[in-house]
Ligand binder design. Sequence first.
Ligand SMILES: NC(=O)c1ccc[n+]([C@@H]2O[C@H](COP(=O)([O-])OP(=O)(O)OC[C@H]3O[C@@H](n4cnc5c(N)ncnc54)[C@H](OP(=O)(O)O)[C@@H]3O)[C@@H](O)[C@H]2O)c1
Length: 317
Amino acid sequence: MLGASGYAGRELCSLILDHPEFELAFATAHDQRGVKARLGRHAIDFIATEEAPLADAVLVFSALPHGASREWVTRIREAGACAVDLSADLRPGNGCDGIPYGLTELMREHVLNAPLVSNPGCYPTAILTAIAPLLQQGLIADDATIVVDAASGVTGAGNSPKRELLFGEIAEDFRAYGFANGGGNVHRHLNEMRAVSRALGCRADLVFTPHLLPVARGILATITVPLRASLSGDVLAPWREAYDAEPFIELTNEPPCLRDVVHRNVVRIAAMPLTGTRSPMLLVLAAIDNLMKGAAGQAVQNANLMLGLPETVGLPA
Ligand SMILES: NC(=O)c1ccc[n+]([C@@H]2O[C@H](COP(=O)([O-])OP(=O)(O)OC[C@H]3O[C@@H](n4cnc5c(N)ncnc54)[C@H](OP(=O)(O)O)[C@@H]3O)[C@@H](O)[C@H]2O)c1
């Protein structure tokens, strides 16, 4: 495990240590190399990345920061191990198309037995899983704009110290972020979401505004979708059709909240028509735990498939 001392890495170490078929071969850190860390009932020693015996592992997870991960994924593959990269480096839309993308429920056939998988970002996991059935079933209006407001807990920003993430800055506050040069719709997850949604048949524009929630973990995405025509009958029918029997997708008639999903490897989705609009619109809500389904849980789900294990093994439903 590379980047084991970070938020995603620690979550992943816990899953690996409790997994019935996995053993943790090594756990690396950068500033925290040499530290002995307590993870619940487990204790682990962080070694330097350069000391990781990559060839001793069957599969290596990289939870290194984006920019630093790509080079290490190359080294992992050269050492003969499989790799799951949690960073943005190898995701679609980032100049690396063709590498299997581990949005498991939608791309399972590409992940199965693959030697290398790029694990999705946390916001894209919630948002793409929520809108994919509408895209795949051609239900979104031509030339529409899908508007996404999503809020994340602060672990989404990683655990390196940042002034704007100090307790005194975020507690009892709520703000949008991800602007550049006075403009919005520039968050780095947009490339990934645009590339994947286009591959799923999307011709709509995507407007995405992330917000910072003063909680540790969890993402709630509120998505407004212009429809080609009103949906009659069961409004969740497109999701039931797409995700029938999926163990990690939950459909609900009630708006999902973070308490429903934290520490669980699920995407919880609700949909409801909007009244008072000139053309048919749907509100889709999706909640995930950014560190679980949005990172470590999905990485284990993918690793299970890559290694020919049952997809759900070692994962909290
Ligand atoms: N946090 C999330 O919700 C989330 C969700 C999905 C995907 N991801 C992705 O997962 C990756 C890790 O995210 P995170 O939030 O866990 O970040 P983090 O808390 O900042 O952890 C980064 C990890 O990488 C190590 N590291 C930092 N710079 C390094 C370098 N130059 N060389 C080698 N190791 C280095 C850190 O070691 P030290 O601790 O010793 O400095 C730490 O183990 C990122 O690529 C992120 O985009 C995160």
